[in-house]
Write a protein that binds this ligand. Sequence first.
Ligand SMILES: *Cc1c(COP(=O)(O)O)cnc(C)c1O
Length: 429
Amino acid sequence: MNQSDLNFDFKHIWHPYSSMINPLPCYPIISAKGIHLKLNNGKKIIDGMSSWWSVIHGYNNARLNKSLKDQIKKMSHVMFGGITHPSAILLCRKLIEITPKKLECIFLCDSGSVAIEVAMKMSLQYWQALGEKRCTFLTIRNGYHGDTFFAMSVSDPANSIHSLYSTLLPTHLFANAPKCVFGETWNEKDIYSFDILIKENKSDIAAVIMEPIVQGVGGMKFYHPKYLEKVRYLCNHYKIPLIIDEIATGFGRTGKLFAYEYANIIPDILCIGKALTGGMMSLSATITTKNIAHTISNGKANCFMHGPTFMGNPLACAVATENISILQEKKWKKQIFNIESILKLKLLPLQQHPKVLNIRVLGAIGVVECLYKINIKRIQFFFIKHGVWIRPFNKLIYLIPPYIIDQYSLKKLADVISEALDNDNFFIY
Ligand SMILES: *Cc1c(COP(=O)(O)O)cnc(C)c1O
């Protein structure tokens, strides 16, 4: 990549949540291996983001690479309508194996947002099939479920990403976000707002949808498992399906294979994505119970009305299967435990820092919530100069490193954050 390539990118290519006139700088990465990203100038930087929760086993992983190469020789793609193939079957067998028994019907999709759309459509069709008109979803504030329209409609309405479309979006019900924090004491009052909303709207609600334990884009907050336990109880009580969005948290990130395990609950519909393929391909899945799947199939439409072109893509399924095989060897538990210990050791003392509002660590997630908005452009330049890749947003600097990260590199990530906090130029007062 030369300067003219970068100028071309600047002029013609959109990046996530960016401006076409005055975008933040984009750093050219030409390759990646293990926990390192290699810049155009040959410099290697330590990855603190796992490419947004996805690259859990590191870049250029030999086993994941091999699974793709082996599959490419057999077949890269074939339509899923009227056709099936070993790659999808193997993956779905694995998914059934690692999720609760009750979840036995799998819909493969192409991205997280689509998995959410599918989960919401399933809920709507479920009630249609039962002869009830239910169009409202109940969720909690500070949530994030993706960027497509229906996913936006259940993401936090005050969040700047989605507020632009607020007049176009269907209106759903938002309970107060949980206040009780993971690891602290539970206060029964926390569930009141949710409790009232579900009771008052019980005949209109098609489903409840939430992120389990960790609210990601909505503020990197960790809430009390009791909240989720109560939600499950209330959903059971009013016979309303519960959709759990494990797209960010799934596959070990929080210290459990799935974050809902902290609350000992089982969802009626489970959405997974991001780390499903170890960050190798875009793939997601919506998994539900036989009851919901069969009710939908017995309905007026006789079928579930969704079917993406690249549904069940053999390459994506093959690499997801290998990714889960790696996880099933159970090294991840120790990896997450070690990451958690070091993040706690290195980040918790920053709680005393005058620019810090709160420090929190759960599994392989470390969050430094600052008192001030961060100047992303300046802080990122500093991070790169010091050999790390960390991408803050709003007032949050957070680490979600690949599970394979070594102690030394992880400490370095934390040290660079700690140093950045001392620089007044990186914050907007
Ligand atoms: C990223 C994310 C999504 C959307 O997934 P995409 O693959 O970006 O469409 C949905 N829910 C949660 C919790 C996420 O973190």
